[in-house]
Design a protein around this ligand. Structure first.
Ligand code: NAG
Ligand code: NAG
Ligand code: NAG
Ligand code: NAG
Length: 325
């Protein structure tokens, strides 16, 4: 007996009994199942005293799962995978595959009562695997390098979220997402991107995370020069120190007239006239290849003060002179 035949037979039975299609209980359920596991389609049918005349479960409107009218006809691919409770019509479907996703319909013809019909939708999801992120291995340089992080996972990935520092990333000036969030593109990288990026993939049944650490090289930023003491006089010692934010740490050199001194500090034990003038500090980052410079003028603070003092005296005298006139 073919399924089509049975189905037609049931429909004939229905029409001859004068029952309208859709009479009886109609339930629409939404079920989820995981690949390899099982799902139960439970009906709200009370077990009948007499066995049903006929009962049929079908998939996607065309495929017979089981039709039971006296004898059972089990559809291909459902042998050993189903258990039917003939008193309620409830069906257990085992060893699910993604191909089982779709619509399920149950039609029951009871003895001397109206047809009972029910439908259910099933979604079968394969648990997601631990994702992998293709993490860049080259040196990342602020403002120069662009990176693409790709997060791949097997299974039915329903959601894919990128996170950094405990917060989900959103697209913006430098961040963009492609291929359903599979690819995170950062263009260009910034020092603020240094840290751990997380890619979370999940579906209803499972959740997995992958990590990728980025280190962004930057700088040197504009150096800062500090003179100690701020006001130094001739014959006193004075030191100049130069610093600049940089990753990796910058190396420094000083230029004064035609001389070059290496290192962040320049120390003068006893300041003389010949030490006075313009010093230039240059910071260099070996990975970014960038340099940044700053200037500083070393003065004799006693003359600086006396110059301003004499100017003041001048002004006072001029004012006094003006008043006298
Ligand atoms: C479950 O289904 C898979 C693929 O359809 C098959 O290889 C496997 O033997 C089945 N397992 C059981 C326990 O029926
Ligand atoms: C069953 O129907 C659903 C839509 O309801 C469709 O997505 C799915 O591919 C169909 N499955 C088969 C095996 O035909
Ligand atoms: C890095 O990001 C900060 C803050 O968003 C921004 O001010 C700065 O200009 C960026 N640096 C580069 C080199 O793009
Ligand atoms: C992503 O995964 C991490 C670690 O497993 C978790 O702390 C975080 O809350 C998850 N984020 C989202 C949006 O699911």
């Amino acid at each position: 007996m073919s399924y089509t035949f049975l189905r037609s037979a049931i429909l004939v039975l229905l029409s001859s009994a004068g029952l309208c299609r859709g009479a009886g209980i109609i339930t629409v359920d939404f079920l989820r199942g995981a690949t390899g596991e099982s799902v139960t389609f439970t009906t709200s049918v009370k077990p009948a005293a007499e066995p049903f005349l006929a009962l049929t479960w079908s998939f996607n409107g065309t495929t017979n799962i089981i039709t039971s009218a006296g004898a059972d006809v089990v559809g291909q691919g459902y042998e050993n995978r189903i258990s039917l409770d003939k008193s309620t019509g409830s069906l257990v479907l085992r060893n699910l595959t993604e191909k089982d996703s779709g619509e399920y319909e149950l039609i029951i013809i009871p003895q001397g009562a109206e047809q009972i019909q029910g439908t259910a939708k099933l979604e079968v999801l394969t648990k997601v695997s631990r994702p992998t992120i293709a993490c860049p291995t080259e040196n990342l340089i602020e403002g120069k390098t662009s990176v693409k992080l790709t997060c791949d996972a097997d299974g039915s990935v329903s959601t894919r979220v990128w996170m950094k520092d405990g917060k989900p990333l959103v697209s913006g000036d430098r961040f963009s997402f492609h291929d359903g969030n599979r690819v995170l593109s950062i263009s260009p990288v910034n020092r603020t991107d240094t840290g751990e990026f997380l890619c979370n993939v999940s579906n209803y049944f499972s959740f997995e995370t992958a990590r990728c650490r980025l280190q962004v090289y930057y700088g040197p930023d504009q150096p800062t020069i500090v003179q100690t003491p701020v006001g130094a006089e001739l014959e006193e010692s004075v030191s100049l120190s130069c610093s600049a934010d940089s990753l990796p740490k910058a190396t420094f050199f000083w230029k004064f007239r035609h001389m070059k001194f290496y290192g962040p500090f320049h120390y003068i034990h006893e300041m003389e006239e010949r030490h006075l003038g313009m010093y230039t500090c240059t910071a260099h980052n070996a990975i970014t290849g960038l340099e940044a410079s700053e200037m500083h003028i070393l003065r004799d603070s006693s003359t600086t003060i006396s110059v301003s003092m004499s100017m003041m005296v001048c002004i006072v005298l001029t004012s006094v002179g003006l008043m006298l006139v």
